[in-house]
Design a protein around this ligand. Structure first.
Ligand code: HEM
Length: 94
């Protein structure tokens, strides 16, 4: 995990500002609700599928574990954005 820490930080340092910019544009009404939710939900679904595929290929030793880990970190960041997007519904679960 330690060797991946820099990758995790870089991914968050890139994605968090992008998310915040799109969120601010949404708050200002420049990006409507549907495209705003879609622009984060669609990549989450695609990256989840790629994370599953790369994890299997990594277990089969077809590719290096690196690819799964990088995609998984991107997924982790988008999951956090996802919880923020659906915070009201998320809170109701507790
Ligand atoms: C936020 C999501 C995820 C994160 C942060 C994550 C993180 C990681 C990390 C850091 C490793 C490497 C562990 C090591 O160095 O030994 C790993 C391996 C693995 N992950 Fe994920 N993962 C995620 C999602 C998934 C998903 C969705 C699947 C499949 C359903 C999956 C299946 C696996 C498998 C099978 C391995 C072992 C690969 C190997 O040893 O070659 N992961 N994951």
């Amino acid at each position: 995990m330690k060797e991946y820490l820099v990758d995790l930080l870089i991914i968050f340092a890139v994605l968090v500002p992008i998310y915040l910019i799109t969120y601010i544009l949404h708050l200002k009404g420049i990006i409507k609700r549907k495209p705003f939710y879609r622009m984060w939900n669609v990549p989450l679904a695609i990256i989840f599928i790629l994370a599953v595929i790369t994890s299997i290929l990594s277990l089969l030793k077809v590719i290096n574990k690196f690819w799964h880990v990088e995609l998984a970190f991107i997924m982790l960041a988008i999951i956090i954005f996802h919880i923020h997007l659906y915070w009201r519904q998320f809170k109701r679960g507790f």
